[in-house]
Write a protein that binds this ligand. Structure first.
Ligand code: PEP
Length: 254
């Protein structure tokens, strides 16, 4: 089954509204009209400015997190319907920084995934092992638990069109240490196997992105692997030229 490549930029806590609008405008000029699905995930505060800058472009707007309830007494939180209202097409869930620094668990990721899909958003569910877990040869067990945990609430075949996974080894995020294409491919194949257990053949349509120090000069090799369907890009998504070159690498894969 052909899977449309998907490149998403995770801007983390970078870019004011003015800076986000400027970068979004640069990106729309450089990556418009490509066959790959392209998204950017600015901070919450910059979503309206980025949305305005992207009107009429194929570049989609994603958020970096959401709450599992639609509304309520949850000070400081933002819900999935609120993101839809701002023009978001999707949301990143369970990023390792949220798991490590903000107490995100497989259980909260599962609830957020349900809320995101219910609100009509696409979700990118992040999974990945730490260096200590890989050194203890526990990476497959850790990632399998995360994938199963995220899907514990069930997944219909209709949902499969709006869910993607991102395998992001924690030791490769922001470190310049990229997983080898073989290491990444092996984990992506494991994740696809787990998805098949859940949704059978529909698993072949679910995109699994790689994340962790993806740069213009390593993107093509990673994307040449059979189960690597795109990239979740942190640092290199903050420069239009670098991000555009990664998108170009995905275009060549089509
Ligand atoms: C990320 O934060 O999702 C990420 C992959 O970051 P970087 O590309 O900077 O390693």
């Amino acid at each position: 089954m052909t899977r449309r490549p998907f490149i998403c930029g995770n801007w983390k806590m970078f870019k004011t509204s003015a800076e986000a609008a400027a970068l979004a405008r640069e990106l729309r000029a450089q990556v418009g009209g490509v066959a790959a699905q392209v998204a950017i995930a600015p901070p919450f505060t910059a979503l309206p400015a980025a949305h305005n800058a992207l009107v009429g472009s194929s570049v989609e707007l994603f958020a970096q997190n959401c709450h599992w309830e639609a509304s309520g007494a949850y000070t400081g939180e933002v819900s999935a319907p609120m993101l839809r209202e701002l023009g978001c097409a999707g949301v990143i869930l369970g990023h390792s920084e949220r798991r490590q620094l903000f107490g995100e668990t497989d259980a909260t990721v599962q609830k957020k995934l349900k809320a995101a899909l219910g609100a009509g958003l696409t979700a990118i569910v992040c999974v990945g092992e730490t260096l200590a877990e890989r050194e203890a040869q526990r990476e497959t067990a850790v990632v399998s638990t995360q994938v199963r945990g995220a899907l514990a609430g069930g997944l219909t075949s209709a949902d499969t069109a709006r869910i993607a996974f991102a395998y992001e080894p924690v030791w490769a995020i922001g470190t310049g240490k990229v997983a080898t294409p073989a290491q990444a491919q092996a984990m992506h194949a494991t994740i696809r196997g787990l998805l098949r257990e859940r949704v059978g053949g529909a698993a072949d349509g679910i995109r699994i992105l790689y994340g962790g120090s993806v740069k213009p000069d390593n993107a093509a090799t990673l994307l040449s692997q059979p189960d690597i369907d795109g990239a979740l890009v942190g640092g290199a998504s903050l420069q239009a030229a670098d991000f555009s070159r990664i998108v170009a690498a995905a275009r060549e894969r089509v």
